[in-house]
Every structure is written in structure tokens, then in C-alpha cells.
Design a protein around this ligand. Structure first.
Ligand code: 0A1
Ligand code: ZN
Length: 882
């Protein structure tokens, strides 16, 4: 709780630690309410500075004893509070410090440090959780070798795990207890420490690395769930192989373990050799998991595994460098998915996610640079900007340098910084060194927040056969950064000729080797010569830079892209999205002034062309048939947003598509039905995605036949993907079938919390005024628990983030409900509470009435004097006027 005024931490204040810790020997005796931790630390002064007191971090700790070199430390030689242990007269030489603390894991509701997920003991130490276990120099540049002895009642915790390799295990003679000793030879920061104890079942396998070492693999889950681990295990082995091939990275310990737990604040955690996962990113069976779940499992398994090199072997010097491990690791997991599935589909999905989350963040009060320079609470910086924009920045380095130099830069990074706690500068320097490029301007991607806005004007001169592009760039002001410098922007492009082929590129008669323009100035012009016909511009191909691009391009040209089959799949998708967006924006205005929305034959015909093109991947067609989301529309409008109008415009458009193309949609639906048992591969999933988009568009017509088809699919589905897709379709239609399906779903899956989360989430997303009461009632449902983050995210998170019209009710009741929930949750789990609170981040863009209602709720939360640092930080920044 906030007992003192918040203290910001600043990048510029970074200093190396006065002390370092070479080894950590932990002895943990597990007990539900009184776990004891004895930590033996080999402490030594770091270099020869002036004598400094030893100040160790703590958080909510109870100290039992302190010994220095084996002798009890006299009470006058140290000061211990729950948050700090200060040894005033620490000897200025190496010494051993032995600290005993006692913890109550059963009452640890923050799920940071040692806590219990159900009956399982587990830990979460990133970012600052280790200090909730013992007093420590809890900062990532203090790297130590850990040996961990765990003991517990055999009946309560037959499985005892920690980082590294197993060194010893056995019974404790004459007792009902046993022990295990784990040793991790790789020095690591405290945030990568992990310990697990419980009654867990496991699935085992092995992997032979590229140098021929056999590594044991194990996934631990609640007994009875073993048969749901196979896809996770398969994904792990594919990720291990991919990292060898794509980056030359080999696994380094004798064993790699994953533990799935039911209560976890985030997705998963890359603890060295012992990843801990939110069970929703492990457990899958055709009957309980959707295609989306399968692909998330594959991606999160890969992400955590890839951290072994980008995060664990090379870690971060300080938390400002978070993107060094996260942006890079997201880039790596995106590339893995692109190679495993479809590159085009993965890119489109990633960009959709980026725009939905990061662009919104960048445009609002919580905007921050990829590498922030100040924080009050580091937990609030596990953001789309650090992760997803951080990945885009790495991708741009690759685009600028090309494949070979990028790989050489990565190789150098691994070689030069292995075993170190590194900085973003050191990472980028590797690419400068291998390529000889000056990367200084590029560094602005790390330091300047905000999404760059690029405007392009083009003029074709048929007589001179030249094409002139005038390009301007600007970066909008963001909190704390009123003015910006120009960025180095790699803009991939092509000039598409009338026959759909790319025209050859030349400047002053000299051919260009590749289609990438490098923007560096606020205004620049580029002249292409020998352009034999007026081309259509295909700009920012593959979304080569995370920018907002305005090109005055007519609907005809957008359609010619399609007719001409732009060789860049991303831009083919983008062209249709742009057409749909233009139409939707016009219709929002029309609807708000009581006029009828317009239709667009061009768009309708383009969709039909795509639907009928058998050469296209079904997953790509499915993405193309999904118009921009309500949040996309709101972001594009930018101010005075009326969420009801955005919703209505989108719904009308989808209904129009359903009506206009009902025959081809129905035929496609039938054609995409796949015989045989469910398979989770990308191709099968793509067919189901297209089938279910067709189902949904057809249901938008409200015809009894279409609703009946959805209900039949709900009832007859032989896999969770099709069942949930049907329920999702029915969710948006107030028909008796909807109530019947929700009732049935609960009865079928009452015993399966992860499936019941889907039931909560879909109900919370119903776009009708009655939803708020339904959500309120569901908070009292027997299956709901505010102690479980997945349940909270399913019900409250879905309401606040996936239900634009009802969260943003004009009477303010949606805001009040979420604010009340946050206030109640905050004392128990501030991290999850803070994340829910960030749903308010776009409040200033709303129309006046909603804006006032949202502000009132925000101020009510802000007025609370016992807010956690987490929620206080989010609310204060959300309300600040820049
Ligand atoms: N490093 C993890 C994310 C993570 C961060 C904080 C946590 O604390 C509850 C948990 C996980 C990742 O990138 O997967
Ligand atoms: Zn990560």
C-alpha cells in the first residue's frame, strides 16, 4: 500500500551496484503458512569504491535472523524493516551473509514471490518478486550461481523443482518429509529464480541438441491433465530445433522443465530451466481448446524457450532495458510462427494486434518510449509498446541491414554479451559493427514515443517517365515529449503496373537493388526514372515500419491492387481494410446525424473476388473478410468518439456483406468443412477460420436459417473451435438459441475452468444494455473467483476491453462497475487491478458525455488514499494533462 509519496526510478540515475553476490545457497522448508527460507549469500564489494553500507531489498518480509560469517549479527549492526535490510558497517571484503525469513505463501494474494496456485507452491520473481522471498540485491545486474535445497512433506509436495540440474534428492530420515537439491551453473539475476513444490503429474520427452547432447524435457501439470500437454511438448521441440537453425542457439542444461499453474498474473515466465506457465498456455485438447488456443500455446512456449538466450544467457542491465529481452524475444517468436505456419497470415495478425493495442497505447496518456526513462512501478511497463513495438524495432534493423548482416549482428551479440547484463546500446552496436552503419538516428525508435505519421504525395510525369514521391514525416507529441526529431524509417515499397507485376525500380537511370526507401528527414523527395506507365504505389509492404501512412490513393487504385494481385500479401489485405475503413468512417458520421449508412460496390466486389479466389489461403481470406474492429474505427476517428455509432456502422457493414454474398458465403462455408478428426495444424485451422467467418457474416442477416445453422454447428461440433465460434456468433443475436447454447455450454464444461473462462468472456462481450447486469450477476457465480487472474480477465477484462459499447455506456455505469471492481481487487492483486484500470486509457478521445463519466470514475479511483503503487501510477498518468 502507498505509505510514502511515489519515488520515480530514472534511467539516468543508473549506477553499478556497490556490492555483488557470487553465489546464493537457499534452503527452503515449505509449509502452507510458515515457510522458512535460509539464504546464504557470498557477498563482496564491487570494485574499490568508498565504503558503502549494504542495503538489501525486501518486500513484506519477516526476518528471523541474520548471521555474518557464521556469527549472529548484533542487533545494533543492522536495521531490518519489511522492505529493507541495511547492514550499516558491512566489512569491506568478501563475506558470507546468512538470512532467515519466514513467509506465508497461502496468504500471498499478489501472486508475486512464493505463493500457492491451488495446492501447488510456486514462485514468480520478475520483476521484483525475489525480494518477497529473501532480502537481496534484487536488480538484474547482480548475477549469481544458485543452489537451492527444498524440503517438504512428501504427501503435500512429492515433486520439488528449481532451476538448473538436479544434484541430490531423498527422504529425511525419521520424518515424513523429503528434499531435493538443484544447482544452476549459469549465473543469473534473481528475477529468473524459480521454485515449485506440489503434487504434480508430468509428461516427459527428450531432445537431442545440434551438438548431440540429450536433454530431458518435462511438463508438469495437475494430475489427470497429462493428456492435454502433447501439443505444448511438440511445440517445445519444434522451438528448440528452430532456434538452432535460425539463430544457431543450442539449449544448455541437462533438463528443461515447464510447470503449468492455475493462478498466474501473466502468460508465462522464462525462469532458467524451469518455466512457469499460466495453464491456459499449456493445456489443450481438441474438445477443450480452440485453434486460437493452440496457436497461442505454440507461440508462448516458443517465446519462453527463446528467452533462454535472449533474456537468461544475456539479460538486462536494468529494467529500463526490458525491451532488450522482450522486444527481441517477441520478434523471435513471431518469426518462428511465420516459419511454422503462414508468413503472410502471421504478419497480418501481428499488425492487427499491434494496431489494436500498441497504437492505442501510443496515442493516449500511457504512451512511453520502447525504452522508458522513468517509472514509478515497473510492473506497469510490460506493455504492448515494450513487447510489440520493441519487436517491430528489431524487425526494422533486419529490414535495414538485410538478412545476412542481421544474422551476423545477432551472432556477434550472442558472442560478445553472453553471461552479461546488457543494454540496448550494446545490442544495437553489434549491428553497427557488422554493417558499418551509423545507427544513431535509428536509436530514436527506442527513445521517442508516439506513432510516426507519414504522408506521401506522388506525381507521375508520362513524358519524362518519372515518378516523384514527396514524403513528410512527423511524430506526434506524447507525455513528457512535446517535440520530436525525425526518425530513420525503412519504407518497403513497390510500383505496381497495370498487369499486376512490379515495375523495375530505378533512380537517375540506376537500378535499385531493393525496394526499401530510407526516410530520415521531415520532408524528402524521391524521383524514380524509367517508369514506363503510371504505377500504383504499394507502400510499407509487409508493414516494414510501425507507422500511420496516408497516401492519397483512390478506391479504384486500391481495387486495382486486388485485380492485379499485389505481390505483397500484407498490402493486398491492407487495401481492402483501407477501403472498408473509409466507408465505415463515413457511415459513422452518417449514423450520428441520423442518415442511412452507405454501401460500396467496389468493396463488395473486391470481397467477392477474394472469396472466389481458390488460390488464396483460407486463413488470409478469413482475415480479409473481417472489417476493421470497433477499436480500429475509434482509433482512426481519434476524437469525439461515439462507440455506439462505430458499433452500428460495423454491424451494418457486416450485415450488408452477409446479405449481398449469402450464396457464396454459404457455399464457402460448406466447402471449408473438413472431414476426419480435428487437427490443429495451420491449414486446418485456416479452413475453420474461414468457415466460421462465413457463419458469422451469414448470421448477421438475422435470417432464421442462418441462426439455425449457427445453433446446429454449436450442437454438432466435434471440437472446441467450431463450438465456441458458433457460440460467439450466437452471442451477438438476442435469440432463444443464444440462451439455450449458453446454458448448455455451462452444463457441459462446468468442471473445466479454462473452458468456463470462454463462457464468462463471451457473455461479458454481448453488445446489449443488459450485459452489465449479467456481468454483475456473474461476479457472484459459483464458478467465478476474484482470486484467479484468468477468471478476472475472462469476465471483467472482456467486458472492459472487448465490449466497447457497454463498457462505454453513456450513463457511465460501465466505468463505475470496472472502477469499483478495481478498488476491491487492488489490495489483493495490484498488478491485475492496474491492468484492468488501463481500459480507461482512451477516455479523452470519447464524446463529451462519456468523457465526463469516465473522468468521474477515474477521479473517484484516484481519490482513494490506499491505492497500490501499481493502480496509482496508471490512474495518475491516465488523468495527467501531458
Ligand atoms: N517475462 C515474461 C513476462 C512476465 C512478466 C512479469 C511477470 O510477473 C507476474 C510474469 C511474466 C514474458 O515475457 O513472458
Ligand atoms: Zn518475454
Amino acid at each position: 500500500m502507498r505509505t510514502e509519496e511515489p519515488r520515480p526510478v530514472r534511467l539516468e540515475d543508473y549506477r553499478p551496484p556497490d556490492w555483488v553476490i557470487g553465489t546464493v545457497d537457499l534452503d527452503v522448508a515449505l509449509h502452507p503458512t510458515a515457510t522458512t527460507v535460509r539464504a546464504k549469500l557470498a557477498v563482496r564489494p564491487n570494485g574499490s569504491g568508498a565504503p558503502a553500507p549494504l542495503v538489501l531489498d525486501g518486500d513484506d518480509l519477516t526476518l528471523r535472523s541474520v548471521r555474518l560469517d557464521g556469527k549472529p549479527l548484533p542487533t545494533e549492526s543492522f536495521v531490518a524493516t519489511p522492505d529493507r535490510l541495511t547492514i550499516t558497517q558491512a566489512p569491506q571484503r568478501p563475506f558470507e551473509l546468512e538470512i532467515e525469513t519466514v513467509l506465508d505463501p497461502s496468504n500471498n494474494t499478489k501472486l508475486m514471490g512464493l505463493y500457492r496456485a491451488g495446492a501447488t507452491y510456486c514462485t514468480q520473481c520478475e520483476a521484483e518478486g525475489f525480494r518477497r522471498i529473501t532480502y537481496f540485491l534484487d536488480r538484474p545486474d547482480v548475477m549469481a550461481v544458485y543452489t537451492t535445497r527444498i524440503e517438504a512433506e512428501k504427501s503435500e509436495a512429492p515433486i520439488l523443482l528449481s532451476n538448473g540440474n538436479l544434484a541430490a534428492a531423498g527422504d529425511i530420515a525419521g520424518t515424513s518429509r523429503h528434499f531435493a537439491v538443484w544447482h544452476d551453473p549459469f549465473p543469473k539475476p534473481s528475477y529468473l529464480f524459480a521454485l515449485v513444490g506440489g503434487n504434480l503429474a508430468s509428461v516427459g520427452d527428450s531432445f537431442t541438441t545440434m551438438s548431440g547432447r540429450k536433454v530431458r524435457l518435462a511438463i508438469y501439470v495437475e494430475p489427470g491433465k497429462e493428456d492435454r500437454c502433447h501439443y505444448a511438448m511438440d511445440s517445445l521441440k519444434r522451438a528448440m530445433r528452430w532456434d538452432e537453425v535460425a539463430f544457431g542457439r543450442e539449449y544448455d542444461l541437462d533438463i528443461f522443465m515447464i510447470v503449468a499453474v492455475s493462478a498466474f498474473n501473466m502468460g508465462a515466465m522464462e525462469n532458467k530451466g524451469l518455466n512457469v506457465f499460466n495453464d491456459k498456455f499449456i493445456l489443450a485438447s481438441p474438445a477443450t481448446a480452440t485453434d486460437g488456443d493452440y496457436s497461442s500455446i505454440e507461440a508462448v512456449i516458443a517465446h519462453e524457450y527463446f528467452h533462454n538466450w535472449t533474456g537468461d544467457r544475456i539479460t538486462c542491465r536494468d529494467w529500463f532495458q526490458l525491451c532488450l529481452k522482450e522486444g527481441l524475444t517477441v520478434f523471435r517468436d513471431q518469426e518462428f510462427t511465420a516459419d511454422q505456419r503462414s508468413r503472410a497470415v502471421e504478419r497480418i495478425s501481428d499488425v492487427r494486434g499491434l494496431r489494436a493495442h500498441q497504437f492505442v497505447e501510443d496515442a493516449g496518456p500511457l504512451a512511453h518510449p520502447v525504452r522508458p526513462t522513468l517509472y514509478h512501478e515497473i510492473n506497469n511497463f510490460y506493455t504492448a509498446t515494450v513487447y510489440e513495438k520493441g519487436a517491430e524495432v528489431v524487425r526494422m534493423i533486419k529490414t535495414l541491414l538485410g538478412e545476412a548482416a542481421f544474422r551476423a549482428g545477432m551472432d556477434l551479440y550472442f558472442k560478445r554479451h553472453d553471461g552479461q547484463a546488457a543494454t540496448v546500446e550494446q545490442f544495437v552496436q553489434c549491428f553497427a559493427d557488422v554493417s558499418g552503419r551509423d545507427m544513431r538516428q535509428f536509436m530514436r525508435w527506442y527513445s521517442q514515443a508516439g506513432t510516426p505519421e507519414i504522408k506521401v504525395e506522388s506525381r507521375y510525369d508520362p513524358a519524362a517517365r518519372s515518378l516523384r514521391l514527396e514524403i513528410t514525416q512527423s511524430v506526434p507529441p506524447t507525455p513528457g515529449q512535446p517535440t520530436k526529431q525525425p526518425m530513420l524509417i525503412p519504407l518497403a515499397f513497390g510500383l505496381v503496373g497495370g498487369n499486376g507485376e512490379d515495375l523495375p525500380l530505378a533512380v537517375d537511370g540506376r537500378p535499385l537493388s531493393r525496394g526499401v526507401l530510407e526516410l530520415t528527414e521531415p520532408q524528402q523527395s524521391f524521383v524514380f526514372t524509367s517508369v514506363t506507365e503510371r504505377p500504383v504505389l504499394s507502400l510499407n509492404r509487409g508493414f516494414s515500419a510501425p507507422i500511420k501512412l496516408t497516401v492519397p490513393i483512390g478506391a479504384d487504385d486500391l481495387l486495382r491492387f486486388l485485380a492485379a494481385h499485389d505481390s505483397d500479401a500484407f498490402n493486398r489485405w491492407q487495401a481492402i481494410q483501407s477501403l472498408a475503413m473509409t466507408l465505415l468512417l463515413g457511415n459513422v458520421v452518417a449514423l450520428r446525424s441520423g442518415e442511412e449508412p452507405r454501401l460500396d460496390d467496389g468493396l463488395m466486389n473486391a470481397l467477392e473476388t477474394v472469396l472466389k479466389d481458390r488460390a488464396l489461403e483460407p486463413a488470409f481470406v478469413a482475415l480479409t473478410l473481417s472489417p476493421p474492429s470497433e477499436a480500429d474505427i475509434a482509433r482512426e476517428i481519434g476524437r469525439d468518439v461515439d462507440p455506439d455509432a462505430a458499433f452500428a456502422a460495423r454491424r451494418r457493414l457486416r450485415a450488408a456483406i452477409g446479405r449481398r454474398h449469402s450464396a457464396v458465403l454459404a457455399a464457402t462455408y460448406e466447402r471449408m468443412i473438413t472431414a476426419g478428426p480435428y487437427r490443429p495444424d495451420a491449414q486446418s485451422a485456416g479452413r475453420r477460420a474461414l468457415k466460421n467467418v462465413c457463419l458469422d457474416l451469414l448470421a448477421m442477416t438475422e435470417s432464421d436459417a442462418a441462426i439455425g445453422r449457427a445453433f446446429a454447428q454449436y450442437q454438432n461440433a466435434d471440437n472446441m473451435t467450431d463450438r465456441v465460434a458458433a457460440l460467439d456468433t450466437l452471442m451477438a443475436h438476442d435469440r432463444p438459441e443464444r440462451a439455450a447454447a449458453f446454458e448448455d455450454f455451462y452444463q457441459r464444461y462446468a468442471d473445466d475452468p479454462l473452458v468456463i473462462d470462454k463462457w464468462f468472456a463471451l457473455q461479458a462481450a454481448i453488445p446489449e444494455p443488459a450485459t452489465l447486469d449479467r456481468v454483475r450477476a456473474l461476479t457472484r457465480h459459483a464458478a467465478f473467483s476474484a482470486a484467479n487472474p484468468n477468471r478476472i480477465r475472462a469476465l471483467i477484462g472482456s467486458f472492459a476491453q472487448a465490449n466497447q459499447t457497454q463498457f462505454n455506456r453513456s450513463d457511465g455505469a460501465g466505468y463505475n462497475f470496472v472502477a469499483d471492481f478495481v478498488l476491491e481487487l487492488d489490495p489483493k492483486n495490484p498488478q491485475v487491478a492496474a491492468r484492468l484500470m488501463s481500459a480507461f486509457r482512451s477516455w479523452r478521445t470519447l464524446e463529451a458525455r462519456r468523457r465526463a463519466q469516465a473522468e468521474a470514475s477515474l477521479r473517484r479511483v484516484a481519490a482513494n488514499t490506499t491505492l497500490s503503487r501499481d493502480v496509482h501510477d496508471i490512474v495518475a498518468r491516465t488523468l495527467a494533462d501531458k
